[in-house]
Design a protein around this ligand. Structure first.
Ligand code: FE
Ligand code: FE
Ligand code: ZN
Length: 298
């Protein structure tokens, strides 16, 4: 299984992210190239990038499975606010440039928020923006994430994702990122994940799925909330998430945990252990506290 979690992109950039991933027992990871809520970015350091690649090679992380997540402040759906639409386009272009410098291929984006705009127009705007961002020379692949439907989010069902993709000029440069919490909150019962995959395959094609965000949810099916829970500690439940993780049709797709930290500790090492053992840990919090207390230099 290709599994990892969201990790920091600190002063050591990709090298630091890779080291953190290894400390979690992961063989891939997802990072933001800076804080997801702002636009402050440090130049990509070519030397750190080179060291990161050497480190990944030595530790069995395939750079082709590494994922970047675009910042939340990007909104491609609303063209009425022209300045912010243009800003979103140029900022996403820059972010793509940064991951290309690091040899990272996948960029997950939230399709956008329609705000007061008609949703069909918003879906068109998203594709218009993406057509301005991506050209034949673009090395990166943009993955549209399935959204929970909080507020005016676009990309909340197969229909909307298919619609966006249908307006795209270079479809080979685009894929999908499924998020289990978002699917649950958008109204999909993960207990019937096979049915969802069948429909997705029929409408868009499973070959388009390049990343899966594996999260439990704090809310009921269809709640349109988007609050992630630790694996097995939410409404989706451990068995249903294990079924997603071990689905043979998604075997080669990187799986990324975006579950919440417990107090001051990242849960990923113990969650990955649960997933590898296929065994729910009912003492996650206490085990985590014990683990990090006995390993203070994590
Ligand atoms: Fe996301
Ligand atoms: Fe996600
Ligand atoms: Zn989310």
């Amino acid at each position: 299984m290709i599994i990892g979690s969201h990790v920091n992109f600190g002063p050591e950039q990709l090298l630091g992210s890779a080291k953190t991933a290894i400390s979690y027992g992961a063989n891939t990871f997802m990072f933001y190239t800076g804080a997801p809520q702002n636009t402050i970015r440090k130049e990509i350091d070519a030397n750190l990038t080179k060291m990161a690649h050497e480190y990944m090679l030595a530790n069995n992380i395939d750079i082709n499975n590494v994922i970047c997540h675009a910042p939340y402040i990007i909104n491609l759906a609303n063209k009425e606010k022209e300045d912010s639409w243009n800003f979103s386009i140029s900022f996403l272009k820059r972010e793509i440039n940064r991951i290309t410098q690091m040899g990272v291929k996948y960029m997950v984006i939230h399709p956008g928020n329609a705000l007061k705009l008609d949703r069909e127009v918003a879906l068109h705007n998203i594709a218009d923006a993406l057509n301005l961002i991506v050209n034949a020379e673009t090395d990166a692949m943009i993955l549209l994430e399935t959204m929970a439907g909080k507020g005016s989010e676009c990309g909340v069902n197969i229909y909307e994702l298919k619609k966006i993709l249908s307006y795209i000029n270079l479809p080979d440069k685009f894929g999908l990122c499924l998020d289990t919490c978002h699917l649950n909150d958008s109204g999909i019962d993960i207990a019937k994940f096979a049915d969802y995959l069948e429909e997705l395959d029929k409408e868009i094609g499973l070959d388009k799925v390049k990343c899966i965000h594996v999260n439990d949810s704090k809310n009921a099916i269809g709640a349109h909330k988007d609050r992630h829970a630790n694996i097995g500690y939410g409404t989706i439940g451990f068995a249903n998430l294990i079924n997603v993780l071990y689905n043979p049709k998604l075997k080669d797709v990187p799986k990324i945990l975006e579950t919440p930290w417990i107090g001051e500790y990242p849960p990923y090492k113990l969650e990955i252990a649960m997933i590898k053992d296929k065994k729910f840990n009912p003492n996650l919090e206490q085990d985590l506290i014990n683990y990090y207390k006995s390993n203070p230099n994590f």
